[in-house]
Design a protein around this ligand. Structure first.
Ligand code: HEC
Ligand code: HEC
Length: 451
């Protein structure tokens, strides 16, 4: 809560701390913590560029954009249509459905994308940065449809569309200092949100916090510890060699990896370009169910299917990673026993957390009918002015030319309307207020018009 110390009479501009979070209410006075979430000490890889650190306002704006179907040309598809929080921000169907057809590759889980040596994105690493990646689905004809080709509206049309939505003017102003909406700003905020998605509350993390990878973890079963060894140790020494490309404790992909012998495209044909994998964390959800099929073609339904693939790589190809060949050039055949396969699978299941699946900060802020009902504005930009005659005015810097409500409360639970204000062209609003004892709290709210 913000208390204005210049006012002994306890006039507070609030802070929505009294509100429990609920769908459809976006409290911009009480932002979620995205910027300082903290990570385990053993997590060291981080691909965040110096010029776009995660901020709480930026990731909040990114959260709204990520879950907003209006970011597609026909208001039917959001990023979260294909990146579902309950499935580690991946998707269950092999191909995901966009505004005009289905995707050519399987949707990727968006877990710990920032804690990686690799800074390029997509299965084939064609996005040179996460910022660059974020507007590619928007510009894609099949996915979100602002391609500017094939009769689609262009990205400029999206900017015009978002600019006409008052709450976006509020949020861009909050994040960037003015209400201008540009592709670069959309990219920055979406990338901040995606980078903020982190998962470190797994069984593996509980063990890794007290032991090194090469030691047995005290919280693991014998099977899980045996599986961990198989994951770490190279094939010539009797292991499965997974860590060479999916290195713990991040389990991110080696930037130099080539393909792993999975070459079939969803639509038929061959694709040798897939050299990136998301982190192997959260392959399965807390209940043990796969978060969608695995690999770029979603072709393996279970972890067991994945292990069978590596156990016996089915065929050679020109871009197969040399680590999956044996001396002489033959493709890998690990000859794992069923017990070893089960051990390895048990270890991979320890890499899943729980919090990321439900945490409100990554959840859909819209209500069941896809609208925001109420936005509570930051009070930091507000000041109280005391006139010579003792009367007072609340002054607030907001987005230009919008209607706001000023609400007052004495107990932070019941709020009464004090007046409706319109901000001027510079975004300034003023409202006379009376300070009633014992204490008075004020907040500005903005109610988006019915769609
Ligand atoms: C219609 C489904 C669909 C929509 C909508 C969609 N994505 Fe994706 N996303 C995918 C697919 C499929 C891939 C993998 C594509 C590829 O590699 O060619 C992917 C890949 C990604 C990746 C790369 C992850 C990695 O580890 O390399 C990120 C990040 C991402 N999407 C973010 C977003 C954002 C942000 C939005 C909204 C602006 C969005 N996606 C909208 C299906 C979708
Ligand atoms: C030579 C590097 C390399 C090695 C060694 C390797 N992988 Fe992979 N892994 C990859 C690549 C590249 C992909 C993505 C391939 C694709 O989708 O076509 C991948 C994908 C995966 C996926 C799918 C991830 C997803 O999000 O769908 C799993 C699971 C996986 N690997 C597990 C393992 C296990 C277990 C081992 C050890 C038995 C292993 N990998 C060894 C390079 C490797």
């Amino acid at each position: 809560m913000k208390t204005l110390s210049s006012l002994p009479l306890v006039l507070h501009l609030v802070s929505g701390t009294c509100l429990t979070a609920q769908d459809g209410i976006l409290d911009l006075t009480n932002l979620n913590n995205y910027a300082n979430q903290g990570q385990p000490a053993y997590i060291t890889r981080n691909n965040t560029p110096g010029n776009n650190p995660i901020t709480d306002p930026g990731a909040t704006l990114g959260r709204v954009l990520f879950h907003d179907r209006r970011v597609s040309r026909d208001n039917s598809v959001s990023c979260s249509s294909c990146h579902v929080q309950a499935h580690a921000f991946g998707d269950l169907p092999t191909a995901s459905t966009g505004v005009a057809g289905t995707t050519g590759r399987h949707s990727m889980r968006l877990i710990n994308g920032r804690f990686a040596a690799e800074a390029r994105f997509f299965w084939d690493e064609r996005a040179t940065s996460l910022e660059n990646q974020t507007t590619q689905p928007i510009r894609d004809h099949a996915e979100m449809g602002f391609s500017g080709a094939s009769g689609d509206p262009s990205f400029t049309d999206l900017v015009t569309k978002l600019t006409a939505i008052p709450e976006y003017r509020v949020m861009f102003a909050m994040t960037f200092g003015d209400a201008a909406i540009t592709e670069a700003r959309i990219q920055r905020s979406l990338a901040q949100f995606v980078r903020s998605i982190q998962s470190f509350d797994s069984k593996y993390d509980a063990g890794r916090a007290v032991a090194n990878d090469n030691q047995n973890f005290p919280n693991f079963t014998a099977q899980e510890n045996a599986g961990k060894q198989l994951f770490l140790v190279a094939p010539p020494q009797g292991g499965a060699g997974c860590a060479a490309c999916h290195a713990p404790p991040e389990f991110d992909i080696d930037p130099n990896s080539r393909n792993n012998g999975v070459t079939a495209s969803i639509g038929g044909g061959t694709d040798l370009t897939n050299t990136r994998s998301p982190s192997l964390r959260d392959l399965v959800g807390p209940g043990g169910q796969s978060n969608g099929g695995f690999m770029h073609n979603g072709g393996f339904a279970t972890i067991a299917d994945v292990i069978n693939h590596y156990n016996s790589i089915p065929g050679d190809n020109a871009n197969l990673d040399p680590r999956l060949r044996r001396p002489g050039g033959a493709v890998q055949n690990l000859n794992l026993s069923q017990t070893q396969k089960d051990n390895l699978a048990a270890f991979l299941r320890t890499l899943s957390g729980t919090q990321v699946y439900t945490d409100e900060k990554w959840s859909d802020p819209f209500n069941a009918t896809n609208v925001l009902e109420l936005i509570i504005l930051p009070a930091d930009a507000a000041t109280i002015v005391r006139n010579p005659d003792g009367s007072m005015i609340v002054r607030c810097q907001a987005a230009p030319n919008l209607f706001y409500q000023l609400e007052a409360s004495t107990d932070l639970s019941t709020w009464t309307l004090q007046g409706t204000l319109t901000s001027d062209a510079a975004g300034l609003m003023e409202q006379p207020v009376t300070v009633a004892p014992p204490a008075m709290f004020y907040r500005f709210t903005y109610t988006p018009p019915a769609p």
